[in-house]
Design a protein around this ligand. Structure first.
Ligand code: F6P
Length: 335
């Protein structure tokens, strides 16, 4: 079958930004240009496609953006795009600009929009980028590694002062409804306890007992990592005070985790994913998500991709517990 040669595509970033989005935009543009395809940057996500908010991107215009966090295309979450009327306006923009395909860089919300657009005839390819790492079809999402490293750096700093003052720290990390960020970070900082939404929290066992056991094992400072989806760090802090009489210091890392220069892993992954996305479109394979599966990058049909679920690796939870001082009683009790 002869593949129709495409001349012009659009690229957008949507939803919460993630370090490495710029690297993905650069890869999309450079790959497109190398194949003789013009690339239009759609600004402010799906809302920009509705509004016809665009910029012509060239190899020159994506020079120097590789190491920068954020996204030069801006990002947004669009309510209007979730309505059929909004999507019709987006289709009109595609026709007006002569866009023969869209590369959408973002997370689950972005891909819901991409799926709807694909159903009304606009070819799309999704590139997973979110610090939450919660896209079901992909082992990895751009931005996760950088966010983990940022959180670890912050918590290491907190630990210095917690250690000197012999205090307890409760740190809330992002992740929306997923605990990937919290668990990976918890392992990397040697947390006393990690609370994730995927595992029901038993405050007495998961927090109070762990701090007590750690104290009995000789520890005088404690680090509790809470995923935002598992509860509020402020409430956990109050609970610790009531149960143990120690006054924890509470830190909500918040949007700090979304900024900063992308790590080598995120730059490399974003470049490979952006490259794969454009090649898929150019070779007539569209309406898919480019997703990592066991290290390689696969093109998964979007309808199928949106049904896929990813679960938190509970073996990692057990590893985290095993590393704790005073772990013996917890492990014997629980398993
Ligand atoms: O999805 C990325 C994320 O940073 C989540 O971890 C968090 O819950 C949410 O976005 C915060 O969104 P906003 O930037 O709109 O406050």
């Amino acid at each position: 079958m002869e593949i129709k040669r495409i001349k012009r595509i659009g690229v957008l970033t949507s939803g919460g930004d993630a370090p490495g989005m710029n690297a993905a935009v650069r890869a999309v543009v450079r790959t497109a240009v190398s194949r003789g395809i013009e690339c239009i940057g759609i600004r402010r996500g799906w809302q920009g496609l509705i509004n016809g908010d665009f910029i012509l991107l060239t190899n020159e215009s994506v020079k120097h953006i590789l190491p920068h966090g954020g996204t030069i295309l801006y990002t947004a979450r669009s309510e209007e795009f979730m309505q059929p009327g909004g999507r019709q306006k987006a289709v009109a923009t595609c026709k007006m600009l002569g866009l023969e395909g869209i590369v959408a860089i973002g997370g689950d919300g972005t891909f819901k929009g991409a799926l709807e657009l694909s159903r009304i005839g606009v070819p799309v390819v999704g590139v997973p980028a979110t610090i939450d790492n919660d896209v079901g079809c992909s082992n990895y999402t751009i931005g996760f590694d950088t966010a983990c490293n940022t959180a670890v750096e912050c918590i290491d700093r907190l630990r210095d002062t917690m250690q000197s003052h012999e205090r307890c720290s409760v740190v809330e990390v992002m992740g929306r409804n997923a605990g990937f960020l919290a668990l990976y970070v918890g392992i990397a900082v040697g947390a006393s306890a990690v609370l994730v939404p995927e595992r029901p929290v038993d405050f007495e066992k998961d927090v109070v007992e762990r701090i007590r056991n750690s104290r009995l094992a000789g520890n005088t400072h404690f680090m509790i990592v809470v995923a935002e989806g598992a509860g509020s760090a402020v409430d956990i802090g109050k609970g610790i005070y009531e149960a143990l009489g120690i006054q924890p210091r509470v830190t909500v890392l918040g949007h700090i985790q979304r900024g900063g220069s992308p790590s080598a892993r995120d730059r490399e992954m974003a470049t490979r994913m952006g490259y794969t996305a454009v090649n898929a479109l150019a070779e007539g394979r569209f309406n898919c998500i480019v997703a990592t599966q066991e290290g390689s990058i696969e093109e998964i049909p979007i309808e199928e991709a949106m049904m896929m679920k990813k679960t938190l690796q509970m073996d990692r939870y057990r590893i985290m517990e095993t590393m704790q001082l005073g772990n013996k009683r917890i492990l014997m009790d629980d398993y």
